[in-house]
Design a binder for this molecule. Structure first.
Ligand SMILES: [Fe+2]
Length: 693
């Protein structure tokens, strides 16, 4: 394989902009002079690597020292064997209290598609555990690319043994079928933390684990949020003490992107929203970005410019944000500085077949309309979670609705409610600048598969309450279909249409979206509109179940009243079964009539025969209660995505295989040609996903 043609000087410049200590690999290895003295306790967060390219990868560790030390140096070694007889690169890198003792090093001049081992040694001769990493294949490499995508791990009340299963299967796979990297689509941490005494009753099915007490923190309702850099650092450390996550980071390079919880639950730009109040939080956004930079080795761009080891945050204050431009971007200077403190959107390439375009769904987005207090008018206890689709469309489009003739009021049941979005620009999630970058990247990509690493989902949630039999509950207040509250591209209709029309207009094929955030498994087709409008998919789209964070099914089991007249649409309670079944999977895939029949008969085939064919032609698979991970195998002619679903991860399963599986389902898509419709071929390989089909 040819080496990527980047010279040493360019490499050093690249390392500097990433804030990484550079190591330049030699062609021939020499035996290490370090006597291994592995002390994992001195490197308590383990080792990691990130964002591999054909010639380079970033290495990471943390080596904290006592309070009377302010800085030290670590020797980094990278070898092509795990006993370090062929050390190809070594250098020392500083660690200091200023970056919370974290260390980043960029190793260059590596061979593509190769496995390497690395370790760190402190000045006392104590070594970290040995990490394994891989470089990306060269751009002309025709071999299939395999990777995993994951999201949403909650160490406060969940276990991360899905990683154990990933490791177990990867170790047993033939070399050519092993994972090249792990795409982490956010919620690596949950910044909202309950201390055990805050919720003696636990959270849903789970006990609260005592993982962190914020040095500063703020208590809201019964949970705590970080307020300072020290707090954000503390939560990363707490998460990284998980043995399964630590082993995964030591086995594969990760490609991480933040979602909401790396900063704030309902946060957008540098604002936080709690208890219906939006407040400026520029200092917290910068602290969140700094901690991400320190704990996640990745090719991120910091505004402090070149600097080998430190983030050097911009100084900001929490100033109110009053002026928003026509893309909803708050013009307040501290907001702009906080957002610019770290830029995460980026593209990475693996061989001939995969270009991964990762976007930031939180930093540049406009305010989410259904999160506004005025939108509460469109929420009814009679119809939990459901909002009429036409309401969602009107609120999304703002002044652009109906050819720039938005209505003054929106009909909801027998009321006309003011259209509070009438004068405002349409919603954007990407923001103008990032969207221009993304569309250009899509257009110019030469990879077979253009993969959108979108931390949030794009597939529509739809329900057909207009087909409920009369008399079961109150009349449905909408005109037709219902969606769920917004927050992602399933209700950012205008922006999603702009992206999909671009894909169609440019004749782009092999467009595949992989997403997280929803704590559920979804496989489907990317389409701008659904029946009765045109259904004309332009790509494939997936969402992965959470590693461990509770999903909607678990929440509904606790929150939905037992006597709610529509409970059977969400949870089927069949005789002889202790736990209700996730009817919501059938609801979104087949509609209300299937759910009502299933509750009555328990006959899944018969219930499916009552499917509403117009409801969800975009969906092939849906599990609102599933946990686990997904893998992709992308080749010259086929995309294969496998969902590996584990039982609810309430307690850690310490078995080497990560415990039993619930199911393994594969969706296969032959590469389509321009103008052809993509297809999903489904096969259930193991287990029975029942209501998900
Ligand atoms: Fe999440």
């Amino acid at each position: 394989m040819p080496r990527a043609n980047i010279n040493r000087r360019q490499f050093l410049a690249a390392a500097a902009t990433l804030g990484a200590t550079p190591l330049w690999a030699r062609p021939q290895g020499t035996s290490s002079r370090v006597t291994s003295n592995e002390r994992r306790d001195l490197f308590p967060e383990g080792v990691a690597s990130g964002d591999p390219q054909p010639d380079s990868v970033i290495l990471w560790t943390r080596r904290p020292f006592e309070a009377d030390t302010t800085s030290s140096r670590l020797l980094i070694e990278l070898s092509d064997d795990d006993s370090f007889k062929h050390v190809l690169a070594s250098a020392t890198a500083p660690v200091s209290a200023a970056s919370d003792w974290t260390c980043r090093a960029l190793v260059g001049n590596l061979k593509p598609a190769s496995v390497y081992w690395y370790r760190f040694t402190d000045e006392l001769g104590m070594t970290s555990r040995v990490g394994r990493t891989l470089t990306a294949p060269a751009q002309n490499d025709p071999r299939p690319v395999k990777f995993a995508f994951i999201s949403c791990q909650n160490a406060n009340f969940g276990s991360q043994h899905a990683y154990r299963r990933m490791i177990f299967e990867d170790e047993r796979a033939p070399e050519s079928e092993r994972l090249g990297f792990v795409l982490h689509l956010g919620d690596f941490i949950y910044e909202i933390v309950w201390y055990p005494q805050d919720r003696p009753q636990g959270m849903y099915d789970r006990k609260i684990h005592d993982i962190v007490h914020y040095p500063h923190g703020e208590k809201i309702q019964d949970f705590h949020i970080p307020t300072t850099l020290e707090d954000y650092r503390a939560i990363y450390r707490a998460y990284l003490h998980d043995p399964d996550l630590q082993d995964a980071r030591a086995r594969w390079p990760f490609v991480p992107m933040w979602d909401n919880h790396e900063f704030s639950w309902s946060g957008w730009q540098s604002l936080q929203v709690f208890d219906g109040t939006t407040r400026p939080a520029q200092t917290r956004k910068v602290a969140a970005m700094q901690a991400f930079f320190e704990y996640q080795p990745a090719r991120l761009r910091k505004s402090s410019g070149p600097g080998l080891e430190r983030f050097d945050p911009p100084h900001v204050v929490n100033a109110p944000i009053a002026q928003f431009d026509s893309h909803g971007l708050g013009q307040e200077p501290n907001n702009l500085a906080a957002l610019a403190s770290l830029t995460g959107y980026r593209a990475l390439r693996w061989g001939r077949h995969v270009e991964l375009m990762i976007t930031d769904q939180r930093s540049y987005r406009s305010e989410e309309p259904t999160g506004r207090p005025e939108a509460q008018e469109f929420v009814s206890k009679d119809f939990p979670e459901l909002i009429p689709q036409e309401v969602l469309e009107i609120l999304d489009a703002g002044r652009l609705y109906n050819g720039m003739k938005p209505p003054d009021t929106i009909r909801y049941g027998n009321r006309d409610i003011a259209n509070f979005r009438k004068q405002e620009p349409p919603q954007t999630i990407l923001g103008a600048e990032q969207k221009a970058w993304f569309l250009n990247r899509l257009k110019t990509s030469t990879a077979t598969w253009k993969v959108w690493g979108n931390t949030t989902g794009t597939l529509d949630f739809r329900v057909d309450p207009q087909r409920l039999p009369p008399g079961l509950t109150q009349p449905w207040p909408g005109a037709g279909y219902a969606g769920f509250g917004g927050g992602d591209h399933s209700t950012a209709y205008v922006e999603r249409a702009e992206i999909y029309q671009f894909v169609r207009g440019e004749g782009i094929t092999g467009f595949a979206t992989v997403a997280g955030d929803r704590h559920s498994f979804w496989a489907g087709l990317a389409a701008e509109t659904l029946p009765p409008k045109a259904f004309d998919p332009i790509g494939i789209a997936y969402v992965v179940g959470s590693i461990s964070a509770p999903g909607l099914v678990e929440a509904l089991e606790y929150k939905l009243p037992k006597d709610h007249p529509l409970r059977q649409l969400f949870l089927a309670q069949r005789p002889g079964k202790a736990k209700p079944e996730p009817a919501i999977n059938m609801l979104l895939r087949h509609g209300v009539r299937s759910c009502l029949d299933y509750q009555l008969t328990g006959d899944i085939e018969r219930a499916r025969s009552l499917s509403n064919p117009e409801l969800a032609p975009h969906l092939a698979f849906l599990d609102m209660g599933g946990h686990g991970y997904a893998t992709v195998r992308a080749s010259a002619d086929t995309w294969e995505c496998e969902f590996v679903c584990l039982p609810r991860p309430i307690e850690r399963v310490a078995r080497r295989d990560g415990g039993p599986l619930l199911y393994r389902v594969v969706h296969r898509t032959p590469l389509w040609k321009k103008g052809e419709r993509p297809q999903l071929e489904q096969s259930v390989v193991e287990g029975n996903p029942a209501l998900s089909l």
